[in-house]
Write a protein that binds this ligand. Structure first.
Ligand SMILES: [Zn+2]
Length: 214
């Protein structure tokens, strides 16, 4: 059972406090030492997130290195988010949800058609949000840099037989996850627009992002 950890930080003292609408993308830089919080405002939202070294985006979040180093497939308080170079990009310091996924990947037109049928091909996806965001920024990121991501607040339990299952969410309105940047990191977020998955109750909702100076 996950250990739930609350944060002492108060929203009124935040450096940044912004809302990302349901289905939208968002990019930002979080400086080394700063604290970054994602709030699931209405509950059971999936927040697909990628992290990069802000000074050299070739170095990016690595799901496989993170899982191996912590010896666990779920992310929660204490999880160190490891880069493709073996460095710690961020450490999760508070978590009132208790479990976050890094196996399920980001939704895309391709996976939507495989999972839900050809009629879903046109639907807006996290991969569309990621591609649109990196195309609008001239920071050297391309399609190939969209590797395995984190799905904050998403419930993807693995069965004893090793099967991935997408389940109804375990998050709820107001739950949050908070992490400390151990390096300057570029954050790429898709507030998942998925309409075919029980993780978000088929209903994408807004999220809130906050940062503090430590
Ligand atoms: Zn998605």
């Amino acid at each position: 059972m996950a250990q739930l950890t609350e944060s002492p930080r108060r929203p009124e003292r935040a450096l940044l406090d912004t809302t990302v609408l349901a289905g939208d993308g968002h990019t930002m830089v979080v400086k080394k030492g700063q604290i970054f919080r994602i709030v699931d405002l209405e509950g059971n939202q999936a927040v697909d997130t990628l992290f990069y070294n802000a000074h050299d985006p070739v170095e990016r979040y690595s799901a496989v290195d993170t899982i191996r180093e912590q010896g666990n497939i779920y992310l929660t308080t204490g999880s160190r988010l490891i880069s493709s170079e073996g460095n710690v990009l961020l450490t999760i310091v508070a978590d009132t949800c208790g479990r976050h996924d890094t196996l399920g990947g980001a939704c895309a037109a391709e996976s939507n058609t495989v999972r839900y049928g050809q009629h879903t091909k046109h639907m807006h996806s996290c991969r569309d949000n990621f591609l649109r965001a990196i195309a609008s920024l001239d920071i050297g990121l391309e399609k190939r840099d969209l590797a395995s991501n984190i799905n904050f607040f998403m419930n993807v339990p693995v069965t004893p037989a090793g099967k991935l299952t997408f389940e109804d969410g375990i998050s709820a309105g107001g739950k949050y996850v908070e992490m400390r940047a151990e390096r300057d990191v570029f954050v790429l977020i898709s507030n998942c627009p998925q309409l075919n998955n029980p993780c978000n109750a088929y209903n994408p909702t807004p999220i809130r992002l906050l940062t503090w100076n430590g």
